[in-house]
Ligand binder design. Structure first.
Ligand code: HEC
Ligand code: HEC
Ligand code: HEC
Length: 475
């Protein structure tokens, strides 16, 4: 084995395996993650970060004045996602959709200020306290005192020079007006505003994207950012009260295609529009009875059957394939340019070292030369092409055995779309009989949790792109 001092194992990965299994179970139970967390969200990393943060939190006395040091709080709680330099490039960032905010750009979605303007301090504080629904951005109110939240908000501002030179442009009417309950008239009027302002171009005629003409929208960084489904207001980033929704129309969402409509409509129109939009909500699963749930999941299965690649992408992102089958840097972040190229080395003590496989469609070194059935057999039964069987970890194929056949086909359909990357993986390791029996004895008889470690770098033939440092902490 090569010199390991540069390759300190990534401790948090143990936790990930357990979480992978948990997520596989979620999927198996057909628990609808998207209801709670929004579409396509890979929040595994977020959970790891949170658990890591929560574990670290015991050492600190929340609320003590000494702790209200914005930088220290940031480095304990926010850095994993937002990055040490505030550029939105923390260790967990590559797997998060949407990505954590890049604070150096100072483009904030959730404001009470004019479009293009900076947010107020209160806006930042509110976001940090309540989090951003439908994304991995947690609400920090349960973990941080008001003083700590204010301190970390001040620190976040320090990443952009704009806060030193510009003032947020508040909107007087916004602060003043609290709307009454929406009336039937306001809803009818709001529907007309929806048509007049052509919201359907992006959100579809029904608010769910049906008939939308602008469908491959991107954020200012060029990353795909689909228009929100208006049927799922619990995923609205800025909240789902009539006032929240009105505010998004009034202020727009900086850095995204969602514009401000201040020029195009009156304040009254926008309030009516908010009332109408909130009538588009479907019932959330947690309010459904058994018959409604059955119908809901049948409709979802039909949707998945219509677009298996989309379903497969969702599964692959949420049940861990991406995490384990991509090389990682020393800080644990995935190497973006090598997504799914495999080569991540895992150590399952005492069984041995296992290198994850190249899942790209490369014919020579990836899945390009595999048949659909070979992939399915591997994923659900752990049986390789040569008929040998994998042990049930690191790759948790035992959990995947519970996936429905339609979901397994969807996973294969998505994997087929991954562009080829040449990265030849060393032949699989077969544990020797002594360590195999010793491992099994410890697991089953001594009931021990055995260490599972992951190592940074690429153990395949393809090397790493030049941007990736080879030493921990190196430049
Ligand atoms: C688990 C990952 C994660 C952690 C930890 C995290 N954030 Fe975020 N944060 C995000 C994501 C993702 C977004 C972007 C949400 C979006 O674009 O809709 C975000 C957005 C934000 C925004 C911008 C909201 C806007 O109006 O655009 C602020 C401010 C923010 N985070 C502050 C913090 C602070 C302060 C901490 C630490 C106390 C923190 N975040 C910790 C993931 C995280
Ligand atoms: C050019 C395309 C486009 C148009 C036109 C547009 N939207 Fe959006 N809208 C988006 C995108 C993209 C998002 C997602 C922003 C995000 O998640 O960061 C969004 C988000 C939203 C949200 C969620 C707000 C939140 O807090 O997350 C609502 C509600 C909404 N739009 C309603 C409307 C209505 C009503 C109209 C017409 C007045 C409209 N949009 C026009 C693209 C558009
Ligand atoms: C916890 C990490 C982990 C997760 C999650 C994971 N894998 Fe793996 N996978 C591995 C490792 C490590 C190997 C190599 C195992 C071996 O050599 O015995 C592997 C092997 C494979 C192989 C090739 C086996 C061979 O040598 O012929 C395929 C194909 C594969 N995984 C697909 C997937 C797919 C698809 C998913 C998601 C449904 C997935 N894996 C999830 C770690 C993981």
């Amino acid at each position: 084995m090569q010199a390991d001092e540069h390759l300190a194992p990534l401790a948090q990965r143990d936790l990930m395996l357990e979480l992978d299994v948990t997520y596989a179970c979620f999927v198996t139970l057909r628990f609808n993650l998207s209801d709670i967390f929004g579409h396509d969200i890979a929040f595994l990393a977020a959970v790891v970060v949170l658990l890591g943060g929560a574990a670290g939190a015991h050492a600190q006395t929340p609320g003590s004045p000494a702790a209200a040091n914005g930088k220290a709080i940031y480095e304990q709680r926010c850095v994993q996602c937002h990055g040490a330099g505030g550029r939105g490039d923390g260790a967990a960032a590559p797997v998060l959709i949407p990505r954590p905010r890049d604070f150096t750009s100072a483009k904030y979605k959730l404001r009470t200020t004019e479009t293009g303007s900076l947010p107020t301090d209160d806006d930042l504080i509110r976001t940090i306290a309540h989090g951003v629904p439908g994304t991995s951005m947690p609400g920090w109110e349960p973990f941080l005192s008001p003083g700590e939240i204010a301190a970390v908000a001040t620190y976040v501002k320090s990443f952009s020079p704009r806060f030193a030179t510009e003032r947020p442009q508040g909107i007087p009417t916004v602060a003043a007006s609290i709307p009454g309950a929406p009336s039937p008239q306001s809803i009818v009027a709001g529907k007309a505003v929806y048509e007049k302002l052509r919201c359907s171009a992006c959100h579809g005629t029904d608010g769910k994207g049906t008939g939308a003409i602008a469908t491959d929208l991107k954020d200012d960084e060029g990353r795909p950012l689909p228009a929100t489904s208006l049927a799922e207001p619990w995923t609205f980033r800025g909240g789902a009260t009539p006032q929240d929704v009105y505010l998004r129309f009034r202020t727009g969402m900086n850095g995204t295609p969602m514009p401000s409509f201040v020029e195009a409509a009156t304040d009254g129109d926008l309030r009516n529009l908010a009332a109408y939009v909130l009538t588009l909500a479907r019932k959330p699963v947690w309010d459904m009875d058994a018959a409604e749930l059955t119908a809901f999941y049948q409709a979802q299965a039909a949707e998945a059957a219509r677009d298996p690649v989309r379903r497969g992408r969702y599964l692959v992102q949420s049940i861990g394939c991406t995490f384990c089958h991509t090389p990682v840097r020393a800080d644990g972040s995935l190497v973006d340019g090598m997504l799914f190229a495999g080569g991540q080395r895992w150590r399952a003590v005492p069984f041995g070292d296992f290198v994850s496989y190249n899942l790209t469609s490369d014919k020579e070194t990836g899945l390009g030369g595999w048949t659909d059935d070979q992939i399915k057999t591997l994923v659900t039964r752990g049986v390789r092409r040569d008929g040998s069987r994998m042990i049930p970890f690191p790759m948790p194929w035992i959990s995947y055995a519970n996936l429905t056949p339609a979901d397994v086909s969807a996973i294969v359909a998505y994997l087929r779309t991954i562009p080829p990357i040449t990265n030849r993986i060393p032949p699989p390791m077969r544990p020797n009989i002594v360590s195999y029996l010793w491992g099994k004895f410890q697991l089953l008889i001594l009931k021990k949790d055995l260490p599972l470690l992951a190592f940074p770098g690429n153990a395949g033939s393809g090397g790493l792109p030049a941007e990736v440092p080879t030493k921990a902490g190196g430049a």
